[in-house]
Design a protein around this ligand. Structure first.
Ligand code: HEM
Length: 372
């Protein structure tokens, strides 16, 4: 066999062609894998357009309200997707959390402005005679302070849950806030029932003093004397206090009932049969969502009004706090703010002189020291 020798020119051409082929393959081969992948996906996408995934149909049915299996027991067993949750969250995080807390700050501003312009409502009497009238019993005061202190705890923890994420993370950090948020929920859930009892006691104890009368209309016509030096007539409670009482009674009961509706499923509380007719108490998530929005709206509005009440009871009115602290008010204070009540007390021999201005124990001798 004879071998023809390759010419050097042909050898060179072959070498160039080989090099070009290697380069072309080096570029095309990696890209080829992409095109294979793309072709495959396209095929899957075409399948998906024509074939319906049975799982999607299942979840569509679940969203439409069909139940399923869940590992939890209780009222929510079998509920896989709680309809309305997104809508509830948009309302809660939207208008409720964004705008309502400003009402509280607005009330602080109003109170501050009033105090700067008008100042404290002082007693006209230059000197106190030492004669006093019993206004609040030991039980009245205990109920008031337990309810008031619980209210403050609930307001702070409630606001922490509603808007704390934005306000407190910069201060406490994410871990610190997570701890505080958890603590807030526990405090809120434990203090809530104590507060609710306080509200019920307040209503039972004080409703008798708070029915409106004609005297209240005149009191309101004169702005309660808050913008002048007038002292409009009032019985045991004046018009403004009566309004505050009815806010506590109506909004208070609303806040407590909506709070209870949220507690029922959380602690799986049994609902007594006599309450079953109340449409809201069925312990399901949609009812909890409605209860939550109502609870937040009412309690934020109430907290704003409470700022006004706390101001009037402390820095706003000389001598009012003393009444809720010791149970007694000076006769001068009573005549200035509740003249009709003071007259009745004097007529019934209820004006007393105490050994010690603040000591409640000496108040037990009031009968023997009565000067009226
Ligand atoms: C923590 C701050 C509070 C202070 C300093 C305060 C102070 C007072 C004072 C001095 C009185 C007596 C007024 C008078 O003798 O005429 C009073 C009455 C009253 N307070 Fe408060 N209070 C506070 C919080 C609250 C809260 C949070 C509530 C409701 C949850 C509340 C509900 C009431 C009610 C219902 C009355 C009786 C009003 C009536 O019968 O018309 N207080 N408060």
């Amino acid at each position: 066999m004879t071998h023809k020798k390759m010419s050097p020119a042909r050898k060179q051409r072959m070498a160039w062609l080989g090099l070009l082929a290697i380069l072309a393959l080096a570029i095309v081969l990696p890209l080829a894998s992409y095109s294979v992948h793309w072709l495959g996906n396209d095929a899957i996408a075409q399948d998906a357009a024509t074939v319906v995934n049975p799982r999607s149909n299942y979840w569509r049915a679940v969203e439409g309200g069909v139940g399923g299996y869940t590992a939890i027991s209780g009222r929510e067993a079998g509920v896989l997707v709680a309809a309305g949750g997104i809508e509830w969250q948009q309302r809660r995080d939207g208008p409720v959390a964004k705008y309502l807390p400003w009402a509280i700050l607005g009330m602080f501003a109003v109170v501050l402005l009033y105090h700067l312009i008008h100042g404290k409502n002082k007693l006209d009497a230059k000197q106190l005679s030492g004669r006093k009238i019993k206004r609040w019993s030991w039980f009245d005061r205990s109920v008031h302070w337990v309810t008031a202190i619980s209210f403050i705890f609930l307001a702070i923890t409630g606001l922490s849950m509603l808007i704390g994420k934005n306000l407190l993370i910069p201060l406490l950090g994410k871990e610190g806030f997570s701890w505080w948020a958890q603590a807030s929920i526990t405090i809120h859930n434990v203090v809530g029932p104590v507060f609710s009892l306080g509200v019920v006691f307040m209503i039972l104890l004080w409703i008798w003093h708070n029915f409106p009368t004609k005297v209240d209309i005149e009191w309101f016509k004169q702005g309660g004397g808050m913008f002048s030096n007038a002292h409009p007539s009032a019985g045991r409670m004046n018009g403004g206090e009566k309004v505050w009482f009815w806010v506590v009674a109506v909004v208070g009961l609303g806040v407590c009932v909506t709070g209870l509706i949220m507690l029922v499923p959380i602690y799986n509380l049994p609902v007594p049969s006599w309450l079953a007719w109340v449409p809201l108490i069925d312990g399901t998530r949609p009812q909890m969502q409605d209860a939550n929005l109502l609870h937040a709206i009412m309690s934020l509005g109430w907290t704003a009004l409470a700022v006004g009440h706390v101001y009037i009871g402390t820095a706003g009115t000389e001598g009012a706090f003393e009444g809720m602290k010791t149970g007694y008010v000076s006769e001068e204070w009573a005549k200035q703010h509740h003249d009709l009540w003071a007259e009745k007390a004097a007529a019934n021999g209820k004006v007393v002189v105490l050994d010690d201005d603040t000591s409640v124990s000496t108040a037990n001798h009031e009968a023997s020291q009565s000067t009226a």
